[in-house]
Design a protein around this ligand. Structure first.
Ligand SMILES: [Fe+2]
Length: 242
């Protein structure tokens, strides 16, 4: 095996674990443009500039639709989507959702997650355990019937180093046969249900990214030692309907 993991190896890892870390995978220039725009966008929000409704700013998640960055210096949708043309990524998406895949911008976001000391004092929450395949699901009050996972995949790219000095993501690296009911998602019960080795919070550098499947449990990873905030973009990939 060489120094660089091949795309075949990454695809095999993704198939087995449902999530793969792509190290030094994304060209930096397109990401730098996204980072600069995201910075301007969240600085404007911080300064109290009203956010147009169609950007769907969520104070809880501190996120806006990725397309909001078009108002902050990203010149086109193609530039928003540029990271997705990284070599080998398309095959991973096809393997997860089928062919042809398509990124849907109305489900793709830019986010800011704060170091605890710097977090807004009201209205902001870290993202707790969930599966992205819950998109659009309507849970009954009690667990019971199996609710199908939405057929999608997520490509998550931090716009700065994260997971050590700024919030990252934590995963339970274990394929799930179905959606867990919201009453099953407390951290305590998940730590009883799954072995300690399954919990994984990678440290990431600028240029790294993650691809994960609809069933994989994940949440914001944050601790009190962290001093910096994190910006990230996330792309939602779907099967293109005919
Ligand atoms: Fe998520």
């Amino acid at each position: 095996m060489g120094m660089k993991t091949t795309n075949e190896e990454l695809r095999a890892r993704l198939e087995e674990d449902g999530v793969v870390l792509l190290r030094s995978f994304f060209p930096r220039e397109p990401l730098t443009r996204l980072r600069e725009a995201a910075n301007r966008c969240f600085e404007a929000i911080k300064a109290g500039t009203p956010v147009p409704v169609h950007h769907r700013f969520s104070p809880q998640a501190h996120s806006v639709l990725l397309t909001a960055l078009l108002d902050f210096g990203v010149e086109s949708e193609a530039a928003l989507l540029a990271p997705l043309s990284s070599d080998g990524l398309g095959d991973m998406f096809s393997g997860l959702v089928g062919d042809p895949w398509r990124c849907r911008l109305e489900h793709s976001w830019a986010r800011k997650k704060f170091a605890p000391w710097n977090a807004p004092r009201s209205g902001y929450h870290i993202q707790d355990w969930h599966q992205d395949g819950a998109l659009g699901a309507r849970f009954p009050l009690e667990p019971g019937p199996v609710i199908p996972l939405a057929n999608l995949a997520t490509c998550w790219i931090p716009l700065n180093a994260c997971g050590r000095d700024s919030p990252g993501l934590e995963f339970i690296r274990k394929p799930q046969p179905a959606l867990l009911h919201f009453t099953e998602l407390q951290d305590g019960s998940l730590r009883q249900r799954f072995s300690a080795e399954a919990f994984w919070a990678p440290t990431m550098e600028f240029g790294d990214g993650l691809v994960f499947r609809n069933d994989i449990l994940h949440r914001t990873y944050v601790n009190g030692e962290m001093r910096s905030d994190r910006l990230s973009v996330e792309y939602r990939i779907f099967l293109e309907e005919p």
